[in-house]
Design a protein. Structure first.
Lengths: 337, 337
């Protein structure tokens, strides 16, 4: 038994989440049933998808129930166990909650991880975690990039976008990144190897399309979309025949109404394809991606920036950085040393 | 030499075309150069795509030049020839103009057709022509329908839509058609074998989505979209995981501004794919489709309704039927007996 602080969802947010939507409670950890183990969470992955799970809307996972901890991927060490395959002290990671301790099932979705395979254990929440696997499968399995092709990435300085740009470069592509503000754009070329950085701020759909076309006069082979709305529309105008659009995220609308897309006619004119990417469809194939992502992280093929805020009491402001753009890398919350 | 009436584009239409955008002129046919033959056009295929070619906008084909005949697929008999492979009296079809006579190049895109393979020579402009080949490749090559799957078709009473529904049925699918008005909806089930007909008229996006979900409680495997806008959005809400959306036409916006799509997030949530279809990418594969389409037309597997108006002087009102919905089948203009 231990004191367990848990960050609960107590009201469904209307737009951007506010403090009254949540409550931090402290309860005792329950006794374990046979086959269970108790995970002491050290780090929590904060991802835009969490915002979707806060709504009472049908999705690929059920909504977070009111009164439950906010669902998130965590990584920690096993603190108590009833199963020999899950020894105390071992690192494990899975979809749990923002809480000090999570009760997990042996053989379930919280799996042991090899701390020696990565430079930092937090990499299992970043380049070797959901965002790494997302970038890997969305780009390689759906986009099928070929050497010499041009890849356009929106949200290019973000967690997924920065990895997509680097994997595309590793596959011999030319990369164009779109981000908001001069500082992020500087990181695109300096840190993530983008050939061209485009700042979308203050630009109309038409001006942005013009700038994309100037950067890729022969057009875009793969448009990797993390944002949606006007940025999606601008990229569509530069698509090449048989282009592939990867719809990976629509962060422009996570806290608001859906943003319209006006330029789907370009898919017809170019005989192009738009693939929606959902990570859950790739769970059976995780083992294809993780060793390669770990190797790329070790050898520096991919650089991952992690923005680590501390303290479970800072869960909400840390989460909101995803939407105001103030994070500088994959957003992680540290809740134990 | 013969008198050649030609239906010229003389001004780019603003929205719906009007009579002053065109002029009917009569000129003499020119002498043929070696390798050319003269086609006496009997029938002209009127298709929504022609409206796009009237705009001065980049597309998969250049715009129709002002002063040129309106571009269209025609079928006719060879009236004069310079080449032994193209004898006088033979039937041939290709992308020419709305005019009594077209000068064609031997070995070019106007090809001989076998009048004995089809019940009516006009079938080469309908079930065995561009719309047949469109329905065939867009559904079978992009949609890959499996027996027992559910296929939703918008514009289901239209030229492409009626064929898509019938080909999907022949492949063992359940078919749901969307059309405007009770009379068209009655034809969906009576003539084209649709299992369910849905009338979109007077319904909000939400009401339409509700009706689609009621008709397909387990969801839609393939959404075959000929219309766009609110109908596309409504269908997206009923999409199954790994669903396929075929974007074949967006007739709702041919004479107006692009209609927005709000529900692309469904592609992400369902891990679904949207394929734009453009016929030109399938030109090298025409020979795969044409014999099977001709056989299906002969044996009644597919029923094709042709709406044949007469007289080159009626080209504009006949064309406009495509947009006001007053045609009752594939729109064809007969310009010679």
């Amino acid at each position: 038994m231990a004191a367990n602080r848990r960050f609960l969802l107590v009201r469904r947010p209307d737009g951007t989440p506010v403090p009254d939507d949540f409550r931090l409670e402290t309860v005792e950890t329950p006794p374990l049933a046979p086959g269970q183990f108790l995970l002491r969470n050290h780090y929590v992955s904060l991802d835009p998808a969490i915002r979707g799970w806060m709504d009472d809307a049908p999705s690929y996972l059920p909504p977070i129930a009111l009164g439950d901890p906010v669902r998130a991927t965590t990584i920690g060490r096993i603190a108590e166990t009833t199963h020999p395959d899950y020894p105390v002290g071992a690192w494990a990671s899975g979809l749990n909650g923002i809480e000090d301790y999570s009760v997990c099932q042996a053989g379930g979705f919280t799996t042991l991880v090899d701390e020696t395979a990565v430079p930092s254990i937090t990499n299992y929440l970043s380049s070797v975690g959901a965002i790494g696997v997302t970038a890997y499968f969305a780009l390689l399995d759906l986009g099928k990039p070929q050497p010499g092709e041009t890849v356009l990435v929106s949200g290019a300085a973000g967690a997924v976008g920065s990895l997509v740009g680097q994997i595309a470069k590793a596959k011999g592509c030319r990369t164009i990144g779109i981000a908001g503000g001069a500082e992020k754009c500087a990181r695109l070329t300096a840190d993530y190897g983008y050939d061209v950085a485009i700042d979308y701020r203050g630009k109309s759909r038409e001006a942005l399309a013009e700038e994309i076309r100037a950067a890729a006069p022969e057009g875009i082979d793969i448009q990797f979309e993390n944002v949606g709305g006007e940025i999606l529309d601008a990229g569509l105008l530069a698509l090449k025949p048989k282009g592939r659009v990867i719809l990976c995220g629509l962060i422009s609308q996570y806290n608001s109404e859906p943003q319209p897309a006006y330029n789907l006619w370009q898919l017809i004119v170019q005989g192009a394809t738009m693939h929606g990417f959902i990570l859950t469809h790739y769970i059976p194939r995780m083992a294809e991606a993780i060793p390669e992502l770990a190797a790329w992280t070790r050898d520096g093929t991919i650089r991952i920036d992690e923005h680590i805020d501390e303290g479970i009491e800072n869960a909400l402001p840390a989460f909101l950085r995803l939407f105001d753009g103030s994070n500088r890398g994959k957003m992680i919350l540290k809740i134990a040393d």
